[in-house]
Design a protein. Sequence first.
Length: 326
Amino acid sequence: MSATAAPRRALRALRRAGNRLVNFVDPPILVLAYHRVATLERDPQALSVRPEHFRAQMRHLRERYMLLRFGDPWPRAERPAAIVTFDDGYADNALAALPILEEERVPATFFVSVGAVESGREFWWDELERWLLGSAPVPDRLELGDAPDRGAWPLRTEEERSDCYHSLHGLFRRFTPARRERWLDELRAACRGGAAPRPSHRPLSDGDIARLGKSSWASVGAHGVTHTPFAALPAADQRDEMRTSRERLRAWSGAAVETFSFPFGGRHDFTRDSVRLAREAGFRRVAANIPGQVHRWPDPYVVPRFLVRDWAADRFALELTRFETA
């Protein structure tokens, strides 16, 4: 055991004990983050929940929790509450998730990255998976990038392809949108691939977003344009991504867009300026991807969420119990 392991465990235990005490005064709100409802051959980022598991999860929420909407005022409750959210904007949000939500009577907020809607292309992390982890022909050695930062990766084995995928995923997260597109163009050329999306990985269309806007069980929130961590963008570009995504989603959905979700949303993916800009933009509430339960008093511009995986009903119930004291 490392010298720091015991103190960390003690701090976690103390935090959980404190949360249990707070929960007696104000029951927690669990904001849940989803991305996809689909059955996939490969899911290296573990973003997808199979439809049968998603239905069981929604049924469990409806039976055990008070259900709230992300953008609404949160009333004081006598039992724990839950909020369902989706990030990114995959087509299966409208085609697979929405019908289940409507049938199970569970409201959800869908945060949509509008650049993918307009381009109709796969998200960049899906393109990496497609070319490097799928059946696409690849060279024995891949060279990408801008001098003097041009890199090279061997691709002769599955392990080397996987290593390249994870390496490029880490790099692309830190890139500006323009630089990322240059590298993607090179990758497609090296793999002799086109930009047309796979049906299983296409983003929402403007018609899909109109369908979300018409549903009484769905709300549409903004998620920027290029799905770039805001920490990698200057303030002017952050402001423009907020404004542009809001305006386009309002036009497509026919509804007000009053909430926002930071792309990726980890602690290092946005800055204090990002939070200030979201507040100045007039968003009612902003989601991050930092795990933690919510009460009615924290900062509405950095709302923590728990990421949900492809869990069967029993495992989902167990994880929610852990979330309540996280």
